[in-house]
Design a protein around this ligand. Structure first.
Ligand SMILES: [Zn+2]
Length: 352
């Protein structure tokens, strides 16, 4: 059973979030305000009636229902002002969780209905993140997502645009979207160029499809990190390779259960992956759609998998190690977190 002050300690722990989608994490109140400002029709005009259109309330029946929560928010993110605002507010939300570093991902091609160029979309998000960094002291970097249902040409444009922001607020590229219908190998040429341009690569894999997709992400697309990777255990030789090469997994427990990457907490493999020495990281995926926070994710691990506070702290350190930051920045971030752990030590010993 969890001790009473576990929640307090988890709230105070410094944290890291490497897998965080911009469009899935817009505050409901902001969606309401942006829609009103932009004249976008809403199914409901008050906040509490609007929330079910934006987030999973209790149980999520299927992936389709999960994805439907993006329909409304996707209509209001096509101006520089809106993109800058939601990026800024994401840093603010991180700050409220004592999260020290976030990597925020988004598909630049999805924000162009009103004619913005890819450079302006990416630039606006980075502007909001930079403003957030300065205001809240949380470090925040961008990851540009290619999308599986887009053509090679359209995704190639994303790589081109992203490369001009590398080391200027952007730290990597990703492949997101319908994993089951569009296998990774289709995008080989896209990520070959990304690699040539020196862009770090993470790929969503092993979430809605099997271990083979993880294999392709690593071998064919050059992924140095895997988004989710829940189904890695289906291929033990690949498991051993991921272990020996120290390839990080960006796991998102609450989302992984909602989208049925795992059918239940009992089957969710995070404890075995962690115990077997994989570089497991814990992230939120979509703050609004999944109705989650980092504190909630960590509390789930404590509750369902008996993670101790020192093990949770290890997950945070894994997050720093797995990040796309420069080595010197990782070191600095580790020091900041270790400093805070020391101050928390008294409280931690009470809950171990
Ligand atoms: Zn994701």
């Amino acid at each position: 059973m969890l001790k009473d002050n576990m929640l307090q300690v988890v709230k105070s722990l410094p944290k890291i979030d490497l897998h965080l989608h911009l469009d899935g994490s817009v505050k409901p109140k902001t969606v309401l305000e942006l829609a009103t400002e932009q004249g976008v029709a809403l199914p409901k005009s008050d906040l509490s009636s609007l929330k079910p259109y934006l987030q999973i309330e209790d149980d999520c029946p299927d992936l389709k229902s999960y994805l439907s929560k993006f329909d409304l928010v996707s209509q209001v993110l096509h101006t520089e002002k809106a993109l800058e605002r939601v990026a800024f507010e994401l840093v603010e939300q991180a700050h409220s969780q004592n999260c020290k570093y976030i990597e925020v991902r988004f598909g630049p091609q999805l924000h162009r209905q009103k004619g913005l160029s890819l450079e302006v979309v990416i630039g606006s998000v980075i502007k909001g993140l930079n403003k957030g960094e300065q205001t809240f002291g949380v470090r925040a970097k961008a990851i540009a997502c290619c999308l599986r249902h887009h053509s090679v040409e359209v995704n190639m444009e994303v790589i081109e645009a992203a490369s001009s922001f590398l080391n200027s607020g952007l730290v990597g590229v990703d492949l997101a979207g319908d994993e089951a219908s569009y296998p990774a190998y289709l995008f080989r040429s896209v990520f070959k160029i990304a690699d040539k341009k020196g862009l770090p690569i993470t790929i969503h894999a092993g979430e809605a499809a099997g271990a083979n997709n993880i294999k392709d992400a690593i071998h064919k697309l050059g992924a140095s990190r895997i988004g989710h990777g829940v189904r890695l255990k289906e291929d033990m030789s690949l498991f051993n390779e991921v272990y020996s090469r120290g390839i990080p997994l960006e796991m998102c427990p609450i989302s992984n259960i909602q989208t049925k990457a795992s059918d239940s907490w009992k089957e969710y493999p995070i404890r075995e992956y962690f115990d077997q020495g994989l570089l497991v990281t814990v992230n939120t995926d979509n703050l609004t759609v999944s109705k989650t926070t980092l504190t909630k994710e960590y509390m789930i691990l404590a509750k369902h998998f008996e993670f101790t506070t020192s093990e949770l702290a290890q997950l945070v350190m894994n997050g720093i190690e797995a990040s796309f930051l420069e080595v010197s920045d990782k070191k600095e971030l580790k020091n900041i977190c270790l400093q805070e752990y020391k101050q928390l030590e008294g409280k931690i010993s009470e809950v171990i």
